[in-house]
Design a protein. Structure first.
Length: 530
């Protein structure tokens, strides 16, 4: 049996690199040898959530010689409150923060969130910018509460930076401006920047035609930004993924001013993966999209009035994979025929269903669904049904009511119970129906919807909490029939589908026994309500 003392220092240092705080201190106290190797990791990961904590952190990290701050590799400073007067901000926050940042030369990840960012003056901007420039190992940076006047704090970021997240102040407050020129100048100076996230960026004007390209960008995420901000996509010719999340329900005081679109968006480069939370965000860019896009994600329910737009998106992009979220209507077959015509490359589908009918006639919609999907040459199909219970049914089931629960919580509990009953019946019947209806189908997944753990977000579907069963469709003397698979086998197949080329998907069934274990799994989603 190998003992810890048998390992050489290089291996031990690699292991200890995953420790910090009390864990690293426990290892350091084992022996003098391990103390030398592990003690630096005690202060490697630091979180600061208040001004008082910042004062104690500054004192602890700077008081020794050499300072302990030189061992920090991951630093998060999130200050929810800010002193009322600028002089207090300088003494309580910016001075100790700047001195601390000047000593964290080995840092790899830095988070600076707090309203104090929006109150710093020009001298502090220059000081923090200088500290950031000296962090030669910095790979990930997140700063919030920015606007044009304080954006120079990011003017001299290290060339090693690969991930950048910038959050802006609401532009209607105090006339704080957001413009493209200073932002693009910063982004163009980062040759290794791979991932960019922009939050609440609302530029008043489009960027100029002479703006430089951003060839290093691969992933671009927008959160609650304007349509003009999304036009930044056209400057990144090598993008592989674009994600857009819009806040749909907001208080009147929190709403951004209405935006007028004076000119059409510039053409987007071909993007492998597109993620939108609402169809209305994608619609203005329908003409700007460049085919093909392998994966499409639209997580919120698209109303029936926007179903033609969804079909247009499929026709424009012809994705290989999608995940549709729809309510079963009276005649879904016509919609799926349109999808088959618009997206001939579609081979795997992750389909979330909301079944409104609360009666016991579930066999009927299963047959209708299998028949409707027969028009699409699917190789992999996931169904994730959810039974929508009428409020009248809730009154009939008074046993579910509880004084401790609201009517909504009680209704959700009843829907979850009915959904489990429906899935239990579906697991015995649906795999056989699909095997007969879709001759190209090789794999089928049936998922129990997970709980929505995202507060104040009625569009969160909780897919990470899904409990699924998988079947492989095989051929025998009596025809095609489903064969149970383990969860690990099912997830390996899904991972292969996401990473594979379109031509490889056709041979997935024959390659399945030789598939190797992967560690990542990407889910692809699109949403409709019919």
């Amino acid at each position: 049996m190998v003992q810890l003392s048998d390992l050489n220092d290089d291996i031990l240092m690699h292991v200890f690199a995953h420790l910090h705080g009390k864990d690293a201190l426990s290892v350091a106290l084992v022996s003098r040898h391990l103390y030398v190797l592990a003690i630096d990791r005690v202060s490697a990961v630091v979180e600061c959530r208040s001004i008082k904590e910042l004062a104690r952190l500054h004192s602890y990290m700077i008081s020794t010689s050499p300072p302990r701050a030189r061992h920090i590799s991951d630093l998060e400073i999130v200050l929810p409150s800010t002193p009322a007067y600028p002089g207090q901000i300088k003494a309580a926050i910016t001075d100790p923060l700047t001195e601390l940042l000047n000593q964290t030369l080995k840092i790899r990840r830095l988070v600076l969130h707090g309203y104090f960012i929006s109150h710093i003056d020009e001298d502090v901007c220059v000081a923090i910018a200088g500290a950031l420039r000296a962090m030669s190992r910095l790979a990930e940076l997140s700063i919030k509460h920015l606007y044009d006047a304080v954006l120079p704090v990011c003017a001299s970021l290290p060339l090693s930076l690969r991930k950048l997240s910038l959050g802006f102040m609401r532009r209607e407050w105090n006339g704080w401006l957001h413009t493209y020129d200073p932002l693009i100048k910063i982004l163009a100076s980062l040759p290794c920047l791979h991932t960019l996230e922009l939050c609440r960026f609302w530029p008043r004007k489009m960027y100029s035609n002479s703006s430089p390209k951003l060839p290093s960008l691969r992933n671009l995420t927008f959160r609650d930004v304007s349509v003009r901000a999304m036009d930044l996509v056209s400057l990144a010719p090598n993008l592989q993924q674009v994600s857009v999340t819009s806040q749909l329900q907001r208080e009147a005081w929190d709403a951004e001013p209405a935006e007028t679109w004076s000119e059409p968006p510039r053409p987007w480069p071909p993007i492998r993966r597109l993620e939108f939370n609402v169809m209305s965000t994608l619609s203005p860019f329908l003409d700007a999209l460049s085919p093909p896009a392998d994966y499409l994600k639209i997580t919120a329910r698209t109303p029936l009035s926007r179903a033609p737009e969804l079909i247009s998106v499929f026709r424009k992009l012809s994705p290989v994979g999608a995940d549709l979220f729809l309510t079963v209507g009276e005649d879904p077959a016509s919609f799926w025929r349109e999808v088959a015509d618009a997206a001939p490359r579609l081979r795997y589908l992750r389909l979330s269903l909301t079944v409104k009918n609360s009666s016991d006639s579930w066999t009927s919609w299963m047959n209708d669904l299998a028949t409707s999907l027969s028009a699409i040459p699917l190789v992999y199909l996931k169904l994730r049904p959810h039974l929508k219970v009428r409020k009248t049914d809730l009154q009939k089931n008074a046993t579910h009511a509880s004084k401790q629960k609201s009517k909504r919580e009680t209704l959700l509990d009843l829907e979850r119970e009915r959904t489990r009953e429906m899935i239990s019946e579906a697991s015995a019947l649906l795999p056989h129906l699909l095997a007969d209806a879709i001759p190209t189908l090789s794999f089928f997944e049936l998922g129990m919807p997970g709980e929505n753990n995202v507060p104040n977000d009625r569009y969160a579907r909780g897919e990470d909490a899904d409990m699924s069963r998988w079947w492989r469709i095989v051929s025998g003397d009596d025809g095609r029939y489903p064969q149970d698979m383990s969860e690990g086998e099912g997830r390996r197949v899904l991972t292969f589908l996401v990473d594979a080329e379109e031509e490889d998907i056709h041979y997935l069934h024959s390659w399945y026994p030789g598939l190797q274990q992967h560690t990542t799994c990407i889910l692809v989603t699109a949403t409709a309500s019919l």
